[in-house]
Ligand binder design. Structure first.
Ligand SMILES: Cc1cc2nc3c(=O)[nH]c(=O)nc-3n(C[C@H](O)[C@H](O)[C@H](O)COP(=O)(O)OP(=O)(O)OC[C@H]3O[C@@H](n4cnc5c(N)ncnc54)[C@H](O)[C@@H]3O)c2cc1C
Length: 476
């Protein structure tokens, strides 16, 4: 029996899992998919929001601002890429300039430092490719960018290195309370026992809440579609550019990513939970908006499009609380944006303020919060590369040509916590397949490496878990 069962391997479950390993507790993460980071945490904008957007005195405002301040140190400890690039909310009229004043006041009320309203000429100096129609902007210097899946995977990997257990392909389908323990049942009849449950199931968090009698927690999905641009055009902008929010919504954003791609999006459309398909309508909207905020955006360098689904709650705020009906259950439900930014702050609060009420927290003196940064081989000097290749020749073989990822890095991803078990899992850990050819060249080679490492047939290798096998049979 585990002391704590965390349901959901996204950034919220992952950062909570890591925070829990700072104490002497036995912990297990249950994830329904074949890998961690398969929900919202995999497909989002990756912005470490400054905190001027959230309504004051909400949980969103509170955790956004604290999370923003924590992010630099948190990512440094885990070797995760983070950049404090700053954000600009671009105004196109006098009315929008007045809204910027309101946003600035709201940010001040939330505790955001360094907000400044800047002129059109200063905006042009900061971002030469911004639209010539822009009349000014709100400059948020504390805004940043982070790789969302790197953050999630590193948090979970570090927690596992510190003793946490991960069980994938475990979709929680039922929870039974018996005296002082919970029996958590999977959709396929497996059972795990635990004393405390933390519900971090993203889009599934409403369903988990209803399993313990909290059917007042409702979580719905709002889809966001994106366009991703090749790194070749990565220097086109350096800040994150937002539209001024209107009654019709926030529009889209244009940003550089930590890996020097450009990202345009997301749209906002209420959908079925599992719908993360892109659409012609969504793409047209993004293209129209990008052409409004930028002069001649490099859309010709588009690599791919994708979508993510936000999990938003019926309270229009994060739901972070103990269950009203079942003692021993803690909900982190409906964590939509700015959930990525807020994750380290939410994790600290959940463990120190909520888990501590359920069990005594005794410090784990062996906890080591450090983790080596992943996938940086291509950025090393020739001297350092040669030294590594001398020790392990697999680092001398480039597998993904577009992103220059070596066989050594792919094997490392398969062998390191949390182990990559399929093609997409390797992609999220190493960037192989994320370049211009989108895996056309490296996928067969990676499939072969997975088969050999896991001692399975090539026909058993999947793209993202059961049902996504990439080869059916031998043809010649
Ligand atoms: C389009 C979009 C853009 C965004 N942009 C930003 C941004 O720029 N900055 C920012 O701060 N935030 C942003 N967010 C919000 C941020 O991504 C989320 O707040 C954050 O990822 C939520 O993490 P989570 O762990 O709660 O959920 P998830 O990442 O969805 O994780 C939940 C996990 O639970 C698993 N699960 C579900 N049901 C079960 C079950 N029954 N049993 C076991 N496992 C289960 C899922 O498979 C999933 O892995 C954005 C979100 C979206 C969708």
């Amino acid at each position: 029996m585990f002391d704590v069962l965390v349901i959901g391997g996204g950034v919220i479950g992952g950062t909570i899992l890591r925070e829990l390993t700072k104490y002497k507790l036995s912990i297990c993460l249950l994830e329904k998919e074949n890998d961690v980071c398969m929900g919202q945490s995999k497909a989002n904008s990756g912005i470490v929001h400054a905190g001027f957007d959230a309504v004051p005195n909400t949980l969103k405002a509170k955790f956004n601002v604290i999370g923003n301040k924590m992010m630099k140190g948190y990512t440094k400890e885990l070797g995760v890429k983070y950049k404090n690039n700053g954000a600009l909310v671009v105004a196109f009229s006098q009315e929008e300039l007045a809204v910027l004043e309101k946003l600035k006041a709201r940010g001040k009320a939330n505790g955001v430092n360094g907000l400044e309203i800047i002129s059109a000429s200063k905006l042009k100096r900061l971002e030469p490719n911004v639209s010539n129609q822009a009349v000014g902007a709100l400059y948020a210097k504390t805004s940043g960018i982070v790789c969302p899946y790197e953050l999630t995977i590193a948090s979970i990997g570090n927690a596992m290195d510190n003793g946490a257990t991960l069980i994938t392909d475990f979709e929680v389908a039922d929870i039974v309370k018996r005296e002082n323990k919970f029996i958590v049942k999977s959709a396929f009849g497996k059972e795990i026992e635990g004393k405390i449950i933390i519900n971090c199931a993203g889009l599934g968090s409403g369903k988990i809440a209803s399993l313990v009698g909290d059917s007042d927690i409702e979580v719905k999905a709002r889809k966001g579609e994106y366009i991703l641009i090749d790194r070749e055009s990565g220097g086109f902008i350096s800040h994150t550019l937002f539209f001024v929010p209107t009654k019709a919504g926030k529009g889209i954003l244009a940003t550089q990513t930590v890996d020097s791609n450009l990202l345009f999006g997301p749209t906002a459309e209420e959908t079925e939970k599992e719908d993360i398909d892109t659409s012609a309508k969504g793409m047209s909207f993004v293209i129209e908006k990008v052409n409004t905020i930028l002069e001649k955006p490099p859309l010709f360098n588009t690599i791919t499009s994708f979508a993510g689904a936000r999990a938003f709650s019926n309270r229009n705020d994060f739901i972070i609380e103990e269950s009203k009906n079942t003692k021993g259950v803690i909900h982190c439900a409906g964590i939509e944006s700015p959930g990525l930014t807020s994750a380290p702050a939410i994790a600290k609060f959940v463990v120190e303020e909520l888990v501590s009420k359920q069990t005594e927290l005794v410090k784990n003196k062996k906890f080591n919060g450090k983790r080596e940064s992943e996938s940086c081989f291509k950025n090393l000097s020739i001297k350092k590369k040669n030294k590594i290749i001398k020790k392990d020749s697999s680092y001398g073989k480039i597998v993904c040509r577009c992103e220059q990822i070596t066989e050594g890095e792919i094997l490392h991803a398969i062998r390191t916590n949390p182990p990559a078990k399929n093609i997409d899992a390797i992609k999220r850990r190493t960037r192989s397949g994320m370049g211009r050819c989108q895996g056309g060249f490296c996928q067969p080679y990676i499939a072969d490496l997975i088969a050999k490492e896991q001692n399975i047939a090539l026909t058993e290798v999947t793209k993202k878990g059961k049902g996504s096998e990439i080869l059916l049979k031998v043809t010649k």
